[in-house]
Write a protein that binds this ligand. Structure first.
Ligand code: 5GP
Ligand code: MN
Length: 325
């Protein structure tokens, strides 16, 4: 980010009050960590603020400070649905704020803090840096610039975004800078091994039941360069799984030797299929997902199709075969 962008963001925060902090639908570790880090920062600065998300935060992030304070779209009074100063974090496009946008005043001004290369540049003030591994990496710099003291709860938010968006410090976005910030967060009391175990290794029983069903559907195309799995609403019901249990399962398709693109097709509602893409880096799945109305990163992207499962699989696999060649 340029100094100018950072200065504009600092001014937006310093010169205003009564903020609404939002992130994207189906929030992940970076979305949750970023939302709560901004909340902690605003609290320390003596600002009034509310945090909201279109969807409930996954329970696995309940150890983060402020987790219980994030509110759902319908949980508001008339005067509350009127925020003029919005801080949107980790949210690549305006639509992905989802129903949390119901809290915005018609006169809203948005500070857009994000690291997605597909960010469409919404908002009056923008702090967008695609070379950052996570939005919390950007917030680390912002917090230093604004000059508040570091604490363990704040460091846990930053570390959570770094850990989850780098796949446990393994993806290609794991830069020297990421490791420096992670190291610094450990020095403020974050327990790196406990968070790694909790967020990357432990799996709820219902998620393992869902994985068992997903693996039973493994299918391949294009000389096993494409691999996919499907999960129907029936599978989710039988496994007694919730929406968050499907997170990460797509990696099992992508991690098979020789596979360039792994996909998970999940029925999120009747005739509504949420597709997750993971690539080995040789295919830009953000570009591919973008052509289907979605987006994301080179190696991890997604989109939603409104059609039956069979049609969605056929449509995407055929297009992807053409895209690979
Ligand atoms: P996931 O497969 O875990 O849901 O999403 C992987 C990545 O793709 C996320 O980092 C997210 O930014 C992006 N993504 C997933 N679904 C969508 C979508 O419908 N629209 C856009 N713009 N990005 C998406
Ligand atoms: Mn992120």
């Amino acid at each position: 980010m340029s100094l100018f962008e950072l200065e504009a963001a600092l001014r937006f925060i310093r010169e205003n009050d009564r903020f609404l902090v939002v992130s994207h639908v189906s929030p992940d570790g970076d979305a949750v960590g970023s939302t709560l880090a901004v909340g902690l920062m605003l609290g320390i600065l003596g600002k009034t603020f509310t945090m909201a998300n279109a969807d409930p935060l996954p329970r696995k992030f309940a150890y983060l400070s402020g987790y219980d304070e994030v509110r759902l779209p319908d949980d508001r009074s008339a005067e509350e649905a009127n925020y003029e100063c919005v801080i949107a974090v980790d949210c690549a496009d305006y639509e992905r704020i989802g129903a949390a946008a119901r809290w915005f005043s018609p006169d809203k001004r948005i500070l857009n803090i994000d690291h997605h290369p597909t960010n469409d540049g919404y908002g009056e003030v923008r702090l967008i840096r695609p070379d950052a591994a996570s939005t919390t990496e950007l917030l680390h710099e912002l917090i230093d610039a604004i000059g508040i003291a570091w604490s363990k709860p704040l460091a846990e938010c930053i570390y959570t975004g770094l850990l989850t968006d780098t796949g446990g410090f393994r993806y290609s976005n794991t830069s020297p800078r990421v490791m420096q910030i992670a190291s610094r967060m450990l020095s403020f009391g974050v327990s790196g091994y406990q968070l790694a175990e909790w967020l990357l290794e432990i799996m709820p029983y219902s998620q393992m039941q869902l994985l068992r069903r997903a693996l039973a559907t493994l299918a391949f195309a294009a000389d096993r360069q494409i691999c996919w799995m499907t999960l129907t609403m029936g599978d989710l019901a039988e496994a007694e799984a919730n929406q968050e249990d499907s997170g990460g399962l797509v990696n099992y398709a992508r991690n098979i030797e020789g596979v360039r693109v792994g996909l998970l097709f999940k029925e999120s509602a009747p005739d509504e299929i949420k597709v997750s893409f993971r690539s080995d880096g040789s295919v830009d799945v953000a570009d591919f997902a973008h052509s289907l109305g979605g987006g994301g990163h080179v190696r991890a992207a997604g989109c939603t199709l409104r059609m039956p499962m069979e049609e969605a699989v056929g449509h995407i696999v055929e297009r992807l075969k053409g895209y690979l060649t």
